[in-house]
Design a protein around this ligand. Structure first.
Ligand SMILES: [Zn+2]
Ligand SMILES: [Zn+2]
Length: 259
């Protein structure tokens, strides 16, 4: 596959919350304007399922449809949590039918019919432990989450989890998500599909995409070798250390001023 580049691709963003989520700031109209201003042509929405009812979801799907045209597509989707599975958040993108899964197994079963593309989000939160049904059937693992894993570098442990899943099932891919709740803070992670791809979620499922962040491009199989993952781990530690230093520096400076 020739990897799409920014100039010859349809730019998308995934793992995006609107104000249909209780902690989301942006209306669907604002997200559309955000996309238009940045040449983004599709948005994979993932609002919190617990903030919906069947009726509200039907309205949401309809509004996404109304606000979509050839320039920008708002693709409805939800993020699900499960009692007894702390930190396990599963995303169903391209969700057209309401579903209310009580367990991860229910999610996998229901999403097969109701959703186009599923992602295990920010695996750091569930300590990289996926239930067997999820590991066996999920379409993607979010190896780079702009919120939990710093905006600069992907998560090497999530990449190792992806590699372990891929050893059993090569169709599972690695994705990068914004986890955006407020479009005033654009963490600049994008998903590129080829210009001719009018069905971006189909392209994601087929592994015809590339994730692009500020520092790295990731192919769907994230083919980083062991030593590269070690380098990534060290780079992230250095970055966290630098951020902490900066934090202490600013605090000390403020204290100095206050004196
Ligand atoms: Zn989440
Ligand atoms: Zn989220």
């Amino acid at each position: 596959m020739d990897a799409p580049t920014v100039t010859d691709s349809r730019i998308g963003i995934i793992h995006v919350h609107s104000n249909y989520s209780s902690d989301g700031k942006d209306s669907l109209e604002t997200l559309r304007a955000f996309a238009l201003a940045r040449d983004i042509s599709w948005i994979g929405l993932t609002d919190h399922a617990e903030d919906f009812t069947a009726d509200r979801f039907a309205e949401y799907v309809e509004r996404c449809e109304t606000l979509s045209d050839l320039k920008v597509r708002l693709i409805p989707g939800l993020e699900f949590r499960f009692a007894g599975f702390t930190g396990l958040h599963l995303l169903a993108l391209g969700l057209t039918h309401w579903m209310e899964p009580g367990t991860p197994d229910d999610f996998i079963r229901d999403a097969r019919h109701a959703s186009r593309f599923t992602i295990a989000a920010h695996p750091v939160l569930c300590d990289y432990q996926l239930p067997v049904s999820v590991a066996e059937s999920i379409d993607a693992i979010e190896v780079w989450n702009a919120v939990y894993n710093t905006r600069f570098l992907p998560d090497p442990k999530a990449i190792r989890l992806l590699h372990a899943c891929r050893a059993r099932r090569s169709a599972v891919v690695g994705t990068a998500g914004l986890d955006q709740h407020d479009s005033r803070n654009d963490r600049e992670i994008r998903v590129l599909v080829a210009l001719g791809e009018m069905d971006p979620l189909g392209a994601l499922k087929a592994g015809r995409f590339v994730s692009v962040g500020r520092t790295m491009r990731l192919e769907p199989d994230v083919p980083l070798a062991g030593f590269q993952l070690v380098a990534l781990t060290l780079a992230r530690m250095a970055l966290q250390f630098a951020e902490r230093l900066q934090h202490y520096g600013v605090t000390a400076f403020r204290k100095g001023l206050a004196r």
